[in-house]
Design a protein around this ligand. Structure first.
Ligand SMILES: C[S@@+](CC[C@H](N)C(=O)[O-])C[C@H]1O[C@@H](n2cnc3c(N)ncnc32)[C@H](O)[C@@H]1O
Length: 399
């Protein structure tokens, strides 16, 4: 079998799931909408298929994953903390499966609660009433690109309209009033993406109502902004974080690094038992929120640091960090970060990954100095081929 690539890994998971037991999908759009790849198979079959393919992927990389299990999402529906709905060609919804330029007009979406979907749809409908032209990615004309929903565990909503440049503030204020009138909506942002790149993030032009959303996880509440990262499965995040902290097992003498720390949600949990946590994050907006989150949760031993992980690691002496938690983006750690970790020589590394392919490659580098003592999958994205994996590494003795 040729080595897995992003494409073949996805296909392997999809094919394996589709070989499972058919069920009638909850959503009428499930068979065509790209938001879900296999809602028409039982959830148990989805989790079993991900388990099998992950075991194959890690084995192919020379890593024993025979005991790997995938933790199921307690609820495979209404799990997302963020949804990005496209507005284009008079339609509001998600891209069709396999057709980037075709948008399925959604009447419902079961990835978020009905009230959250209805709020986003109301914004889009009012934008149409206001005569705001939606955006065409081919001709790069029009204005409204995305309606983004961020949703908290308490079902509060932070909505955003991502637009091209231009636009009138009075018209956007009218749209904001409609957004804020929807149940649960605490704030509305106008984000501008004036580039040709089709992304659902943008510069904050203005906001109405709250500028942040409170995400409660365990004993802590973390504020997030319209553009900041947050773990995407509302039902499984606390379990993932508790497992990561239990595996990291810092004690009250230890300085710990929470690398790729975002707004500090893992770091706050680590700080309960560590002497000090360095929460290292490269996006300034997230670092600012991490500072506020530390203050608000009255946690004084977490230190948010705005830095590139590699730059931060290069400044740390060997032996200075007994425990490190990493949660990189899909690109993974890469060789230079792995080399720095090996030089610093933490006793334990807990590696949370949203891309098993890059994790396997990083683990192959780290294995020269570390034993992999734990591997567990987390189905953070039910009905899609995505899956997270947490690896726990212990430094080899006599190295
Ligand atoms: C998968 S998210 C994890 C965030 C956080 N650990 C959490 O659980 O919410 C990855 C984070 O790494 C940040 N990031 C990306 N590249 C980085 C780098 N080179 N150095 C530091 N942070 C980086 C991103 O901005 C993002 O917040």
């Amino acid at each position: 079998m040729p080595p897995f690539t992003t494409k073949t890994l996805r296909k392997a998971i999809v094919d394996r799931v589709l070989a499972g037991q058919p069920v009638t999908p909850l959503c009428p759009h499930a068979r065509e909408c790209g938001g879900c790849a296999f809602q028409d198979r039982t959830y148990a079959d989805q989790v079993a298929a991900k388990t099998t393919i992950l075991r194959m992927l890690y084995a192919e990389g020379g890593i024993d994953a025979s005991a790997l299990e995938v933790v199921a999402s307690p609820d495979p529906f209404a799990y997302r903390t963020r949804m990005d709905y496209v507005a284009t060609k008079g339609r509001f919804g998600l891209r069709a499966r396999g057709k980037f330029n075709y948008i399925i007009e959604l009447t419902t979406c079961h990835l978020i609660p009905p009230t959250a979907f209805a709020a986003a749809q109301a914004v889009w409908r009012h934008a149409l009433d206001l005569g705001l032209p939606d955006y065409d990615v081919r001709t790069h004309t029009g204005f409204l690109r995305y309606v983004v929903v961020r949703r908290s565990p308490d079902d509060e909503l932070l909505l955003a309209a991502v637009t091209a440049g231009g636009g009138e503030e009075a018209v956007m204020a009218d749209l904001a009033a409609t957004a804020l009138a929807q149940p649960g909506v605490v704030g509305f942002h106008w984000l501008v993406n004036d580039s040709l790149t089709d992304v659902s993030f943008g510069e904050v032009c203005r906001y109405w109502g709250a500028d942040r959303l409170a995400m409660r996880v365990g004993h802590f509440t973390c504020f997030i902004g319209p553009n900041t990262f947050f773990q995407n499965n509302i039902h499984l995040t606390e379990r993932l974080i508790n497992d990561a902290v239990a595996a990291a097992a810092p004690d009250a003498t230890m300085r710990v690094a929470d690398l790729y720390g975002g707004v500090g949600v893992i770091g706050l949990h680590l700080a309960q038992s560590a002497a000090r946590v360095d929460c290292v994050e490269s996006v300034a907006e997230s670092v600012q929120l991490a500072h506020q989150n530390a203050l608000m949760n009255k946690v004084s031993n977490i230190h948010p640091i705005c830095a590139d992980t590699l730059t931060y690691l290069r400044e740390q002496p060997t032996g200075s960090l007994p425990v490190v938690v990493v949660d990189p983006p899909r690109t993974g750690l890469g060789l230079p970060v792995c080399q720095e970790l090996i030089r610093i020589a933490p006793q334990r590394i807990v590696y949370v990954s949203c891309n098993p392919l890059t994790q396997v490659s990083d683990l192959q580098h780290l294995q020269s100095a570390y034993r992999i003592v734990g591997l567990r999958g987390y189905d953070m994205f039910p009905h899609t081929p995505h899956v997270e994996v947490m690896a726990v590494l212990e430094r080899r003795v006599n190295d």
